[in-house]
Design a protein around this ligand. Structure first.
Ligand code: NAP
Length: 294
């Protein structure tokens, strides 16, 4: 069985790496904040001292950190993966980052004869824990085929989209859909409350119909009980909106709906809510409506 390395044990990475271990792969992990490695170590993973050491001990190295600069640090930095890989290692970045930076990094690995895949995910921390993520992959098809068993440990819908960076483009598409859907859920539920009907009954009724969605079922349910905890953080979604807007500039396509969503999330940032979950966009809607949902 291939030896797997995992770098970045945050909300997402902790669940994903645990599922790799449960599937029976030998696993080596590293996290900047060492205490986060403890549950994995208890479950049988080895803990490395650097991303470089993870690479030395693995056939497939996965990272799940925050933004492009963080991926650059763990992959290309002085103690980075690039200094520990050997011919045949596959490097898989599962963070959501810029498609342009992804392509640049992939070419750095190709220069050394190493294949890199971008494999961002959708499905949230719940999907990460349950092993039901949707995984959108860009890069070499043979490397993708080789990595399928490890993807299957983490996800249910696994799609090879195209070349390097194409997985990240697909993830940007996903985030356009997520943001407008989340805003729609918040607006619709506050509308129901303001109109004086039983919001819980409305939620059940519409979740089972043509307006049903992951956002309505999961984040909608959180909103009904006033739960604004992450899940997926506002600050991470602002990063994704930045990536989407940079990409829209490069392909010269206006994004009207997404622009409204971006302004609302900038407002959440200004209100000091950047560490809350994205469902907290309801706060902006509540202000406009002069109505509290929960
Ligand atoms: P998180 O809980 O904030 O965890 C971030 C992880 O990255 C932590 O392990 C952190 O280490 C590490 N990290 C960040 N910068 C680093 C650096 N410069 N060097 C080394 N390690 C660094 O975030 P998350 O929710 O797991 O998200 C991870 C990625 O998945 C992001 O790209 C996000 O957009 C994407 N994503 C998230 C969700 C979601 O619902 N949460 C869904 C799909 C995709 P420390 O522990 O030391 O801080």
């Amino acid at each position: 069985m291939k030896r797997i390395g995992f770098i970045g044990l945050g909300l997402m990475g902790s669940g994903m790496s645990m599922n790799i271990l449960k599937a029976g792969f030998p696993l080596t992990v590293w996290n900047r904040t060492v205490s986060r490695t403890e549950p994995l170590a208890k479950a049988g993973a080895k803990v490395a001292k650097s991303p470089k050491e993870v690479a030395e001990k693995s056939d497939i190295v996965i990272d799940m950190v925050t933004d492009s600069k963080d991926v650059e640090e763990v992959l290309l930095g002085p103690n980075g993966v690039i200094n520990g890989v050997k011919p045949g290692t596959i490097v898989i970045d599962m963070s959501t980052i810029s498609p342009i930076k992804t392509r640049e990094m992939a070419s750095r690995f190709v220069e050394r004869g190493i294949k890199m895949l971008d494999a961002p995910v959708s499905g949230g921390d719940i999907g990460a824990r349950n092993g039901t993520l949707s995984i959108m992959v860009g890069g070499d098809k043979d490397a993708f085929d080789e990595a399928i068993p490890v993807f299957q440990a983490m996800g249910k819908t696994i799609t090879h989209i195209g070349g390097n960076g194409d997985g990240q483009i697909c993830k940007a598409v996903n985030q356009i859909l997520v943001g407008m859907n989340m805003l729609g859920v918040a607006e619709a539920l506050v509308f129901a409350k303001k109109a004086g009907v039983d919001v819980k009954k409305v939620h059940t009724a519409v979740a089972g119909g043509a307006a049903g969605s992951w956002q309505l079922t999961n984040n909608g349910a959180k909103l009904l009980v006033g739960d604004h905890e992450p899940g997926f953080k506002v600050k991470d979604y602002l990063k994704d909106l930045r990536i989407i807007m940079e990409t829209s500039d490069s392909i010269k396509m206006p994004l009207l709906g997404t622009s409204i969503v971006q302004q609302m999330f900038k407002n959440l940032d200004a209100e000091g809510l950047r560490d809350k979950g994205t469902q907290v966009v309801v706060v902006v809607v509540e202000k406009l409506a002069k109505e509290k949902l929960a």
